[in-house]
Design a binder for this molecule. Structure first.
Ligand code: ADP
Ligand code: MG
Length: 270
């Protein structure tokens, strides 16, 4: 167990906002590959998410949702446009930005190192960011996600799917970010544990006043977690609507109506 001196830690608690928006995407275009294999995954997308807001991005598989999240952590090649976190470009690789914004990936197996215990996996970001009280913070993070100390020295393969997703969420919150990017947070889980994870995410947001950008193909997930949402299709934003509009099926788009009719839980609620 490596302990980092607490005196080094408080220096850079977050990145000062350089803009009013927690997340800003303006006229974003992403093209994978070049030439005849060029794939326009995102075309002219603009979205703005305020501090403390929960915004959903819904649409069928392949519509470009994950690509947008990945741009916000500086991953895919952006052809043109802007993707910023608190006014900062994540491609600049500022270490401190990762304390402000963290991503929970779709596949918790893929985001946890198979040869690392949860203790190691949760300690690592604290050590990299020179944050003290590692032992206490690891215990607190495990408690916050409902795992507790008995899971601390387990490996990912020794966890159930729901426990693994809780561990991935613990890893995302251990740096106390203000924003979480959640990529299909329940799609890899059994139906029986999906509600548990959604409740955990809703509670965490309320406790910490977090900003969420939630990607899901399931409108019920977005309806549960988000105040506002955008519908995507083939790399384009079809429309933006509020959760109330969604529940009352007040939509201007035929595509959204189709998506609603495919999502039983939202449809029957209206
Ligand atoms: P979604 O999350 O909505 O399912 P993605 O953002 O993952 O969609 O993908 C959008 C499109 O971009 C899809 O057609 C997908 O096949 C393609 N794509 C995603 N990642 C890559 C990549 N690394 N290289 C080439 N094409 C990609
Ligand atoms: Mg995806």
């Amino acid at each position: 167990m490596v302990e980092v001196s607490a005196s080094k830690t408080e220096a850079c608690n977050d990145v000062s906002p350089a803009a009013d928006w927690a997340l800003e995407i303006s006229d974003l275009n992403v093209v994978y590959n070049t030439g005849v294999r060029a794939m326009h995954a995102v075309s002219g997308v603009s979205l703005h998410v305020a501090e403390g807001e929960a915004f959903g991005l819904a649409g069928e598989s392949g519509s470009g949702k994950s690509t947008i999240l990945r741009c916000l952590v500086g991953l895919p090649p952006i052809a043109s446009g802007i993707a910023k976190v608190t006014g900062h470009d994540p491609r600049a690789g500022e270490l401190r930005l990762y304390r402000t914004c963290q991503m929970v990936f779709q596949d918790p197996y893929g985001s946890l190192h198979p040869l690392q215990t949860l203790d190691r996996c949760l300690s690592e970001p604290l050590i990299i960011h020179k944050i003290g009280n590692v032992d206490k913070r690891v215990r607190q993070a495990l408690d916050h996600v409902g795992l507790g100390a008995k899971f601390r020295f387990r490996y990912p393969h020794q966890l159930s799917g729901g426990q693994r997703q809780r561990a991935a969420i613990a890893r995302a919150i251990i740096l106390e970010p203000r924003t979480l990017l959640l990529d299909e947070p329940t799609s890899a889980l059994d139906v029986s544990v999906q509600a548990e994870i959604l409740n955990l995410l809703a509670d965490l947001r309320e406790e910490r006043n977090l900003t969420y950008l939630v990607v899901s193909h399931d409108l019920a997930v977005v309806d549960f977690l988000c105040d506002r949402l955008a519908i995507m299709n083939q790399g384009l934003i079809v429309e933006e609507l509020s959760r109330d509009d969604l529940c009352r099926q007040k939509t201007a788009s035929e595509y959204t109506r189709m998506l609603l009719s495919a999502s039983d839980s939202v449809w029957t609620k209206a």
